[in-house]
Design a protein around this ligand. Structure first.
Ligand code: KG4
Ligand code: ZN
Length: 333
């Protein structure tokens, strides 16, 4: 039997999970509400709250899984990418937990873990598959050849898709994080109400900064005509913005399918919780004969279950690291 403790602390979620023989038994997530009033994640505050939350979060994960601390066979932790101070908390905790019990330590790449979240539940994709990984910090199209053999086919040249949602929300005077709120308003709005540009970027890369500027100018122009524009039309604006972001993402994903011939298609990362993206990908899959994989909501945004499941696969391969390991703010596959 293999009992893996997974730890995630790369941004503003402190999370711990227990995975036993490849099955997730607990996934505790402590979110940090403190950042909302600053309109974004404040790195220094994130580190401090991680420090407060890490021990109770791990305790809860262990209790919920009905095991004892000493039953843990290995500790997997997010080494990067992420906020360095935030990563340090999870990394230091994982190292001391492993050292105290003389058990192996496993480093996990956060972006790989988002993709490997597809191996938590059934049906699981088979290799190779394509994954559109869309979060607050990244937008990537990845060809997943094996658990830890991934090829980056395209990525954003500027803002990430989650950033496009969050920065638009700021323009619309909505609180942080704006993605889930735009999603909520969009469900009551008309997606064709406002015309927004689709950036012309070659290949499989993305760009979202022009879209953000177009939205800003559009809102400013409308507010000059009617100062209560946002109050009246927030749902239509959100629906139009979401429609544009989703079509940008899915048009590139479609291009990736055509280029690679791979018809197993997955989404991952925080933005994969978006209802418009989920619905339109499902429709595209039916139209083009793709097999589509969409994670459960709790495995879309940052969580330690994905770290534990990735850790389990490394445990099977005996891929361990030493106590001299340090976190990395930037980390490639
Ligand atoms: O993966 P994640 O939890 O953290 C990072 O690693 O960045 O992603 C967070 C991002 C935020 O930008 C948030 O606004 C976005 O995911 N997000 C959404 C939704 N839920 C979360 N964006 C659009 N619609 C949603 N329902
Ligand atoms: Zn993430």
């Amino acid at each position: 039997m293999a009992v893996i403790l997974g730890i995630e602390s790369s941004c503003d979620e402190t999370s711990a999970s227990i995975c036993i023989d490849g099955e997730i038994k607990s996934n505790i997530i402590a979110s940090q509400a403190i950042h909302a009033k600053y309109g974004g994640v404040v790195p220094e505050l994130a580190s401090r709250v991680h420090q407060q939350n890490i021990i109770p979060t791990v305790d809860q994960a262990i209790q919920l899984a009905k095991i004892h601390k000493n039953d843990v066979d290995a500790v997997a932790f997010t080494r990067g990418p992420g906020l360095l101070g935030a990563l340090l908390v999870g990394t230091s905790f994982a190292k001391s937990f492993a050292l105290a019990r003389q058990i192996p330590l496993i480093e996990v790449n956060h972006m790989q873990a988002h993709i490997l979240a597809h191996f938590i539940d059934n049906p699981k994709p088979e290799f190779p598959f394509l994954c559109l990984t869309v979060s607050g910090g990244h937008t990537q199209i990845v060809l997943v050849k094996d658990f830890f053999e991934m090829e980056l086919l395209g990525q954003t040249l500027d803002d990430a898709a989650g950033e496009a949602f969050d920065k638009t929300a700021k323009i619309l005077k909505l609180p942080y994080p704006g993605g889930p709120l735009i999603d909520k308003y969009a469900q009551q709005g008309n997606a064709t109400a406002f015309k927004l540009p689709e950036p012309q970027i070659p290949g499989l890369d993305f760009s979202f900064s022009g879209l953000k500027t177009a939205i800003l100018y559009m809102v400013q122009a409308e507010e000059r005509k009617d100062p209560s524009f946002l109050d009246k039309r927030i749902a239509d604006v959100c629906a139009s913005v979401q429609e544009r972001i989703v079509t940008i993402l899915l048009n590139k994903l479609n291009k990736a399918v055509q280029q690679t011939g791979v018809k197993q298609v997955a989404i991952a990362g925080g933005v994969s919780a978006n209802s418009g993206l989920r619905q339109q990908l499902t429709e595209m899959g039916a139209r083009y004969g793709w097999q589509v994989f969409i994670p459960k909501f709790e495995y879309c945004t940052d969580n330690a279950a994905m770290i534990a499941i990735a850790g389990y696969q490394k445990y099977l391969r005996q891929e361990f690291v030493g106590q001299d390991i340090a976190p990395l703010a930037r980390m490639h596959f």
